[in-house]
Design a protein around this ligand. Structure first.
Ligand code: PEP
Ligand code: MN
Length: 270
C-alpha cells in the first residue's frame, strides 16, 4: 500500500501508545461502554454507574446522531454532550462522543476526552482535517463499504494534519448477509496490526446489531488481537431511542467485562 506516510508500520516499528488520563491507549485494554445516545441526564448518569461498576475505562454516548431517517431521534446535540461530560466527571471516566459537523469539532474537543468519527463520515475529508487540528485523541471507525486501504488513508488525513493520537475501529462491513446488521471483518484486526502501528479496537454492537451476539464476537475480537472494544449499553435497552436491539443491560455489561478481562489475560499468556 503506497502513500501511507504516517500510518504505515515501518520495519521493526513498535505499536503506538499514548496516555489519556491514567490510561495508556495501545497497552491497557480499552473498554469503551455506554449508550448509543445520550437521552437525558438521568439516563447517562445511570449508564455511567453501570459502566464504572463493570470496570470499563471510557464512557460513550452519542449526542450528534447520524440517523438513516430524518424523522428518527437525532440526539441532544451540544446539550447532550454537557450531560455526558458531567456523568464522566461524576464517575471519573473519560468520555467519547461522535462529531458529525466540522463546526462542532471545537466544542466536542473542549468537552470530550476522545472524538469519534463514525462509519458514515470516514471519508468526510474536511471533518478529518478538522479533527486533525484538534489536540484530542480520535477514534476513527471503518466505513461500512470501505476497504482497509481506504480506511488507512482516512487515518492518514488525521495524522498528516498533525494529530497522531488515532485509534482505528472495525465495526463491520456491509455484505449480502441480512441476518446481522453488518458482517464483522475480524481478519481486519491482524491485517491492520501488520500494516499499521496504530491501536485497533472492535465494535461488536454495530457490527452485529443483536445483543446476544455482542459477547461471543467480543471474545473473538480479543482472540484476533484487538486493543480494545466499544460496547453499547443502556440502563433500559427496550426503551432506548436508538439501537434498542443491540444494547446490553448493565448486568450484561458486567458479565461481558469479566469474561473479556479473562480472555485478555489468557491471550497475553499464550
Ligand atoms: C456509534 O458508534 O454511535 C455509531 C453510529 O457507529 P457507526 O458509526 O459505526 O455506525
Ligand atoms: Mn448505536
Amino acid at each position: 500500500m503506497d502513500g501511507l506516510k504516517y500510518t504505515a508500520r515501518k520495519e521493526g516499528q513498535a505499536d503506538t501508545c499514548f496516555m489519556v488520563g491514567n490510561l495508556c491507549i495501545g497497552r491497557d485494554f480499552l473498554l469503551i461502554a455506554g449508550p448509543c445516545s445520550v437521552e437525558s441526564e438521568a439516563q447517562i448518569l445511570e449508564a455511567a454507574k453501570w459502566v464504572k461498576a463493570s470496570g470499563a475505562n471510557v464512557l460513550r454516548g452519542g449526542t450528534f446522531k447520524p440517523r438513516m431517517s430524518p424523522y428518527s431521534f437525532q440526539g441532544l446535540g451540544r446539550e447532550g454532550l454537557l450531560m455526558l461530560e458531567k456523568a464522566g466527571k461524576e464517575f471519573d471516566l473519560p468520555v467519547i462522543t461522535e462529531v458529525t459537523d466540522p463546526r462542532d469539532v471545537e466544542f466536542v474537543a473542549k468537552h470530550a476526552d476522545f472524538i469519534q468519527i463514525g462509519a458514515r463520515n470516514m471519508q468526510n475529508f474536511s471533518l478529518l482535517e478538522e479533527v486533525g487540528k484538534a489536540k484530542k485523541p480520535v477514534l476513527l471507525k471503518r466505513g461500512m463499504a470501505a476497504t482497509l486501504e481506504e480506511f488507512l488513508n482516512s487515518a492518514e488525513y488525521i495524522l498528516s494534519s498533525n494529530n497522531f493520537q488515532v485509534i482505528l475501529c472495525e465495526r463491520g462491513i456491509r455484505t449480502f448477509e441480512p441476518y446481522t446488521r453488518n458482517t464483522l471483518d475480524l481478519s481486519a484486526v491482524p491485517v491492520l496490526k501488520a500494516l499499521t502501528h496504530l491501536p485497533i479496537i472492535v465494535d461488536p454492537s454495530h457490527a452485529t446489531g443483536h445483543r446476544e451476539l455482542v459477547l461471543p464476537m467480543s471474545l473473538a475480537a480479543v482472540a484476533a488481537g484487538c486493543d480494545g472494544l466499544e460496547i453499547e449499553m443502556h440502563p433500559a435497552p427496550e426503551k432506548a431511542l436508538s439501537d434498542a436491539e443491540q444494547q446490553l443491560t448493565g448486568e450484561e455489561l458486567i458479565k461481558l467485562a469479566e469474561k473479556v478481562k479473562k480472555a485478555v489475560e489468557f491471550r497475553r499468556n499464550l
